[in-house]
Structures are given as structure tokens and as C-alpha cells.
Design a protein. Structure first.
Length: 165
């Protein structure tokens, strides 16, 4: 990371992964070109899970080369009196693997649902019975993780080197 003054610790990076609305999954696309798509993620320890269709370009890319980069953005804010953006972000590198074990798929989907639709968990079992076989689940084993933040304190001074309020 070039801007070491904005680098945050691993706990911060994990927090961004845990609270982001969605992330962007970057992969090696056809003919070596980058290919990125938004995904809904959940973290379980040092692994990320996401769900998708059973077929498509994303699945083809992942089956061909499982090396991925997952970029998550947390809170952002554009201060009206500055030409800049406050942000928090995390970038995870890892190897994506298709989850085929029904128990692990169910576990991952339950984690995703608990995180993103916690008020609808009473429908989880019915939904799983109906859609487990037609839902793809992938696991990313995190091999590298960085967090970064640009934020100003109440006096207008940038909070660098991991300084918290």
C-alpha cells in the first residue's frame, strides 16, 4: 500500500468486510482480461462466502482460475468544504472454491441470510428446501487482507496512522 498513513489494522479490514452492503469480486476473465462483478458476501473467520447462479461467466472464470480479489467499501462521505472523499475500504485476496457439500452450502447461506435479511429468518428452512440445489455457493479463503481509511476529525484534521476518535 502506497499510503501507509491511511493503512488500518486487520480488525478494521474485517469490520469493513462485515458491514459492507456488497463487495466487488475481481477475477481473471476470458483471455486473461480482468472481470469484476458485485456480490453479496459474509465473512466466517478467514473465509468469505457468496452465492450465485450455477452457471454463467462468473462461474466459468472461477472454475478456470480461482484467484480472486474482493474489494469492499464501508462508509463514505464527501465533505462539502473539501475536494476529497472520506472512505473506509478493505481488499481481500484469496482462492475461490465452489462449495458442493450441502451442509456447508446451507451454513453459508444461513450466514448470508442472517447478515442481510435477519428479520426474514423464519422463512429460511422453506427457502432452502426449495432452492438449495439451484443455488451456487463459493468460499474464498483469504490469503491477504488490507484495510484503508481516509477520515477527518471534528477539527478538520485528517486522522492518520490508525488514529481513532
Amino acid at each position: 500500500m502506497r499510503r501507509k498513513d491511511r493503512e488500518m489494522d486487520m480488525d478494521f479490514a474485517r469490520m469493513v468486510l462485515d458491514k459492507c452492503e456488497y463487495a466487488v469480486l475481481g477475477m481473471v476473465g476470458p483471455e486473461g482480461w480482468p472481470y469484476s462483478v458485485p456480490v453479496t458476501i459474509v465473512r466466517d473467520g478467514e473465509e468469505l462466502y457468496f452465492h450465485c447462479a450455477l452457471e454463467g461467466q462468473k462461474v466459468e472464470c472461477l472454475r478456470r482460475d480461482g484467484r480472486v480479489c474482493v474489494t469492499a467499501v464501508g462508509d463514505t462521505h464527501i465533505p462539502p468544504d473539501k475536494f476529497t472523499t472520506e472512505y473506509e475500504s478493505a481488499v481481500a485476496f484469496g482462492l475461490a472454491e465452489e462449495v458442493t457439500d450441502p451442509a456447508e452450502k446451507t451454513h453459508a447461506l444461513e450466514l448470508l441470510c442472517r447478515r442481510h435479511v435477519p428479520t426474514n429468518m423464519d422463512q429460511f428452512e422453506v427457502s432452502m428446501a426449495r432452492s438449495l440445489d439451484r443455488t451456487g455457493v463459493w468460499r474464498v479463503r483469504i490469503t491477504g487482507l488490507t484495510g484503508k481509511r481516509k477520515k477527518y476529525d471534528k477539527t478538520g484534521k485528517e486522522m492518520k496512522f490508525g488514529r481513532m476518535e
